[in-house]
Design a binder for this molecule. Sequence first.
Ligand code: ATP
Ligand code: MG
Length: 422
Amino acid sequence: MSKKIQAIRGMNDLLPKDSDLWTFVERTIADLFNAYGYKNIRTPVVEKTDTFCRAIGKATDIVEKEMYSWKDSNGDLLSLRPEGTAGCVRMMIEHNLPREGIQKVFYQGAMFRRERPQKGRYRQFHQVGLEVFGASDAKIDSELIMITHSLWKKLGLKNITLEINTLGSAAARASYRQILIDYFSMHKDQLDEDSLRRLEINPLRILDSKNNDMQALINNAPKLIEHLDGASAEHFEQFKSYLNCLNIDFVINTRLVRGLDYYNRTVFEWTTTDLGAQNTICAGGRYDDLVEKMGGKSTDAVGLAIGLERLILLLEEQNVQISNHKLTVYIMAMGNEAQFKSMQIANAIHDAVSNISIYNDISLGSFKSQFKKADKAGADFALIIGEQELNNNQVSIKPLKSQDEQQTLSLDEAIKYLKECR
Ligand code: ATP
Ligand code: MG
């Protein structure tokens, strides 16, 4: 026997049983983002490796060890996207979009990182991201927070905390960098291997370390928020004022530096205590220097990304019941002629009634077994076409979720009935 074929570890299938939940989440997100005037964009899954290296930064987990990269047959170095912002910025520059005014966009899709697969952490996962180009005011930073806050409400999620911080300007960060190097260099004996390596190339990332033995050292480290430039401090104050005026609670986490190199000023994460170690469901921040760094005209920018798998896990963990049930009809037929008729009827109902779900029976079994199938499909009504209905040019409608009587009606009457039930 040949070996069983299997998916790659950390790369998952979406099974039919989970698809209603995913569809509900993706629709809710897209509708909400559209409602705030964000346009959906799509960029390729594959980009030049350099696009990611330049955007994300060399001394990051992603570029150091998580990217799926290869040399293409013509010698080009290519990578599967590990995140969405780099491609989005590349697109903005290539099509000169910020020149046309403020760009508010969102994307969704699969991202790829070679990580150790575990609950909430996969090698192929899905993000939805929002990005705004050409706006510097803290008002837009808070709009992103407002939208996500409203998303958690719409999805029915609880126990989600907003953590915010500011990374200041590039100059403030550069001088803070030195302060951090001095501090950690004094305590080199307490640093783990990863942190020793980061000490020279990206000392801010040491603050991000999850190593328990280093927590006291990190907590006592000098804080960037105490070394901010004036304009960034004011921006942060504005940001907090907007959150206050929106009644959105937050905590300031001075250790929040984010994994990627490109952030400045505002950074934030929405975290939950209900998912164990993989506790961040949404993360983002400002990246005013990135467009220029990647070869475009200087353009302020801010964005976020939501991890969909973690969002779904959280919905399941919190046992949130979704309400995207559509009126569902299961059309039963008996006999050859009725099979044809049932197809015409399905077609006619779909033409006349919007937002309805119709199952054509394809088991071709007894009525008894068709009723079982209808129940399994969660149908609200069975629409029955037997010999008698066929002869009288009628259909019988039997409510499956109430004690109401079965009725035999003309197709037009049945359509009217279904419309009223929606
Ligand atoms: P983490 O600290 O958990 O590794 P990150 O800082 O690498 O997260 P980002 O690059 O900011 O994450 O991505 C934004 C969101 O995408 C995360 O908050 C998370 O919800 C989700 N995410 C990131 N990596 C993965 C992964 N490997 N599997 C599933 N979701 C992920
Ligand atoms: Mg990560």
